[in-house]
Design a protein around this ligand. Structure first.
Ligand SMILES: [Zn+2]
Ligand SMILES: [Zn+2]
Length: 206
Protein backbone atom coordinates (compact mmCIF):
# COMPACT_ATOMS: atom_id res chain seq x y z
CA UNK A 1 0.00 0.00 0.00
CA UNK A 2 2.25 2.78 1.19
CA UNK A 3 5.91 1.96 0.87
CA UNK A 4 7.97 4.50 2.79
CA UNK A 5 5.87 4.42 5.93
CA UNK A 6 7.85 2.78 8.66
CA UNK A 7 10.89 5.02 8.28
CA UNK A 8 9.40 8.15 9.77
CA UNK A 9 6.77 6.58 11.94
CA UNK A 10 8.14 7.86 15.25
CA UNK A 11 8.56 11.40 13.92
CA UNK A 12 4.99 11.37 12.61
CA UNK A 13 3.71 10.01 15.88
CA UNK A 14 5.53 12.66 17.94
CA UNK A 15 4.00 15.35 15.74
CA UNK A 16 0.51 13.89 16.09
CA UNK A 17 0.79 13.68 19.86
CA UNK A 18 1.55 17.41 19.94
CA UNK A 19 -1.06 18.36 17.38
CA UNK A 20 -4.32 16.39 17.81
CA UNK A 21 -6.80 16.47 20.68
CA UNK A 22 -7.92 12.92 20.20
CA UNK A 23 -6.02 9.61 20.03
CA UNK A 24 -2.86 10.21 17.93
CA UNK A 25 -2.74 6.52 16.99
CA UNK A 26 -6.32 6.51 15.66
CA UNK A 27 -5.59 9.74 13.82
CA UNK A 28 -2.50 8.37 12.05
CA UNK A 29 -4.31 5.15 11.17
CA UNK A 30 -7.14 7.13 9.59
CA UNK A 31 -4.65 9.15 7.52
CA UNK A 32 -2.90 5.97 6.47
CA UNK A 33 -6.15 4.26 5.61
CA UNK A 34 -7.39 7.19 3.57
CA UNK A 35 -4.15 7.43 1.58
CA UNK A 36 -4.13 3.68 1.08
CA UNK A 37 -7.71 3.63 -0.14
CA UNK A 38 -6.95 6.45 -2.56
CA UNK A 39 -3.98 4.51 -3.89
CA UNK A 40 -5.92 1.24 -4.18
CA UNK A 41 -8.79 2.87 -6.01
CA UNK A 42 -6.28 4.32 -8.47
CA UNK A 43 -4.70 0.91 -9.02
CA UNK A 44 -8.09 -0.78 -9.36
CA UNK A 45 -9.09 1.77 -11.98
CA UNK A 46 -5.92 1.38 -14.03
CA UNK A 47 -4.60 -2.11 -13.45
CA UNK A 48 -6.36 -5.25 -14.56
CA UNK A 49 -3.78 -7.25 -12.61
CA UNK A 50 -4.68 -5.53 -9.35
CA UNK A 51 -8.39 -6.10 -9.97
CA UNK A 52 -7.74 -9.76 -10.54
CA UNK A 53 -5.62 -10.06 -7.40
CA UNK A 54 -8.22 -8.38 -5.23
CA UNK A 55 -10.94 -10.57 -6.76
CA UNK A 56 -8.89 -13.63 -5.89
CA UNK A 57 -8.46 -12.39 -2.33
CA UNK A 58 -12.24 -12.34 -2.03
CA UNK A 59 -12.53 -8.54 -2.25
CA UNK A 60 -12.50 -6.44 0.91
CA UNK A 61 -14.15 -6.80 4.32
CA UNK A 62 -17.52 -5.14 4.83
CA UNK A 63 -16.05 -2.00 6.37
CA UNK A 64 -13.46 -1.43 3.65
CA UNK A 65 -15.79 -2.32 0.79
CA UNK A 66 -18.05 0.46 1.99
CA UNK A 67 -15.19 2.91 2.32
CA UNK A 68 -13.88 1.89 -1.08
CA UNK A 69 -17.34 2.38 -2.57
CA UNK A 70 -17.45 5.91 -1.20
CA UNK A 71 -14.00 6.92 -2.36
CA UNK A 72 -14.01 5.28 -5.82
CA UNK A 73 -16.15 6.26 -8.80
CA UNK A 74 -19.14 4.17 -9.85
CA UNK A 75 -17.16 2.98 -12.85
CA UNK A 76 -14.27 1.76 -10.68
CA UNK A 77 -16.69 -0.09 -8.42
CA UNK A 78 -18.21 -1.77 -11.46
CA UNK A 79 -14.76 -2.75 -12.81
CA UNK A 80 -13.79 -4.36 -9.53
CA UNK A 81 -17.05 -6.21 -9.04
CA UNK A 82 -17.01 -7.40 -12.65
CA UNK A 83 -13.50 -8.81 -12.05
CA UNK A 84 -14.87 -10.49 -8.93
CA UNK A 85 -17.69 -12.14 -10.87
CA UNK A 86 -15.29 -13.30 -13.56
CA UNK A 87 -12.31 -14.37 -11.49
CA UNK A 88 -13.23 -14.13 -7.81
CA UNK A 89 -12.02 -16.60 -5.20
CA UNK A 90 -15.54 -18.06 -5.00
CA UNK A 91 -14.97 -19.78 -8.36
CA UNK A 92 -12.60 -22.11 -6.53
CA UNK A 93 -15.15 -22.61 -3.78
CA UNK A 94 -13.14 -20.34 -1.53
CA UNK A 95 -15.69 -18.23 0.26
CA UNK A 96 -13.35 -16.37 2.58
CA UNK A 97 -12.06 -12.78 2.43
CA UNK A 98 -8.49 -11.71 2.91
CA UNK A 99 -8.94 -7.97 3.00
CA UNK A 100 -5.65 -6.41 1.92
CA UNK A 101 -6.58 -3.06 3.45
CA UNK A 102 -7.07 -4.69 6.88
CA UNK A 103 -3.77 -6.46 6.43
CA UNK A 104 -1.86 -3.25 5.60
CA UNK A 105 -3.49 -1.40 8.46
CA UNK A 106 -2.79 -4.14 10.98
CA UNK A 107 0.89 -4.06 10.06
CA UNK A 108 1.00 -0.28 10.26
CA UNK A 109 -0.84 -0.30 13.59
CA UNK A 110 1.61 -2.81 15.02
CA UNK A 111 4.53 -0.56 14.07
CA UNK A 112 2.76 2.47 15.49
CA UNK A 113 2.12 0.74 18.81
CA UNK A 114 5.78 -0.19 19.06
CA UNK A 115 6.84 3.37 18.25
CA UNK A 116 4.45 4.63 20.92
CA UNK A 117 5.86 2.34 23.60
CA UNK A 118 9.34 3.65 22.74
CA UNK A 119 8.31 7.29 22.82
CA UNK A 120 6.79 7.07 26.30
CA UNK A 121 10.07 5.87 27.74
CA UNK A 122 11.34 9.43 27.50
CA UNK A 123 10.63 11.59 30.53
CA UNK A 124 10.34 14.72 28.38
CA UNK A 125 7.78 13.05 26.09
CA UNK A 126 5.84 11.81 29.10
CA UNK A 127 5.37 15.35 30.36
CA UNK A 128 4.17 16.42 26.94
CA UNK A 129 1.87 13.40 26.56
CA UNK A 130 0.38 13.95 29.99
CA UNK A 131 -0.89 17.37 28.89
CA UNK A 132 -2.80 15.90 25.92
CA UNK A 133 -5.99 13.85 26.02
CA UNK A 134 -3.90 10.76 25.38
CA UNK A 135 -4.79 7.60 23.54
CA UNK A 136 -8.12 5.76 23.30
CA UNK A 137 -9.11 2.74 25.40
CA UNK A 138 -8.79 0.47 22.36
CA UNK A 139 -5.16 1.43 21.84
CA UNK A 140 -4.44 1.50 25.57
CA UNK A 141 -5.43 -2.17 25.76
CA UNK A 142 -3.13 -2.95 22.84
CA UNK A 143 -0.23 -0.93 24.26
CA UNK A 144 -0.70 -2.77 27.56
CA UNK A 145 0.24 -6.04 25.96
CA UNK A 146 3.50 -4.54 24.64
CA UNK A 147 4.81 -2.75 27.73
CA UNK A 148 7.04 -4.98 29.77
CA UNK A 149 8.07 -2.53 32.45
CA UNK A 150 5.50 -2.36 35.27
CA UNK A 151 6.41 1.22 36.19
CA UNK A 152 5.76 2.43 32.67
CA UNK A 153 2.44 0.61 32.64
CA UNK A 154 1.47 2.13 35.99
CA UNK A 155 2.43 5.60 34.75
CA UNK A 156 0.38 5.17 31.57
CA UNK A 157 -2.69 3.97 33.48
CA UNK A 158 -2.44 6.85 35.94
CA UNK A 159 -2.08 9.30 33.08
CA UNK A 160 -5.06 7.78 31.26
CA UNK A 161 -7.26 8.19 34.34
CA UNK A 162 -6.06 11.77 34.91
CA UNK A 163 -6.73 12.70 31.30
CA UNK A 164 -10.38 11.72 31.73
CA UNK A 165 -10.91 13.15 35.20
CA UNK A 166 -9.47 16.47 34.07
CA UNK A 167 -12.56 16.94 31.90
CA UNK A 168 -14.88 16.83 34.88
CA UNK A 169 -14.91 20.59 35.49
CA UNK A 170 -15.75 21.29 31.84
CA UNK A 171 -18.60 18.78 31.80
CA UNK A 172 -19.95 20.18 35.06
CA UNK A 173 -19.86 23.66 33.57
CA UNK A 174 -21.52 22.55 30.31
CA UNK A 175 -24.21 20.88 32.38
CA UNK A 176 -25.16 24.22 33.94
CA UNK A 177 -25.83 25.85 30.54
CA UNK A 178 -29.36 25.25 29.32
CA UNK A 179 -28.95 25.83 25.60
CA UNK A 180 -26.43 23.54 23.96
CA UNK A 181 -25.56 26.21 21.40
CA UNK A 182 -24.63 28.71 24.07
CA UNK A 183 -21.80 26.44 25.08
CA UNK A 184 -18.42 27.57 23.84
CA UNK A 185 -17.49 25.62 20.69
CA UNK A 186 -14.13 24.64 22.16
CA UNK A 187 -15.88 23.10 25.15
CA UNK A 188 -18.49 21.39 22.98
CA UNK A 189 -15.71 19.65 21.10
CA UNK A 190 -14.93 17.82 24.35
CA UNK A 191 -17.99 15.66 23.67
CA UNK A 192 -16.39 14.16 20.57
CA UNK A 193 -12.98 14.05 22.21
CA UNK A 194 -14.28 12.02 25.15
CA UNK A 195 -16.30 9.67 22.94
CA UNK A 196 -13.18 9.03 20.87
CA UNK A 197 -11.09 8.58 23.98
CA UNK A 198 -13.48 5.83 25.12
CA UNK A 199 -14.27 4.11 21.84
CA UNK A 200 -11.42 5.02 19.50
CA UNK A 201 -12.08 6.13 15.96
CA UNK A 202 -12.20 3.97 12.89
CA UNK A 203 -13.30 6.33 10.20
CA UNK A 204 -12.90 9.93 9.20
CA UNK A 205 -16.03 9.80 7.08
CA UNK A 206 -18.64 9.60 9.82
ZN1 LIG B 1 -6.87 5.08 19.27
ZN1 LIG C 1 -10.76 -4.63 5.73
Amino acid sequence: MITETIKNIDIELKEKIAEVKSCPLCSLIMDYEFNGLAQIQYEVTHSEKTRKQIAQEGGFCDFHFRQFKKIASGKTNILLLKAFIEEGSYKKENFTIECRICKYINEYEKNLLEAFTDIILSEEKRIEFNRTNGICFVHLRQVNTLIRDENTKAWLHRTHIEQIERMKADFNLMNTINSFYEIDIEKRSLINILIEKIAGRKTGAL
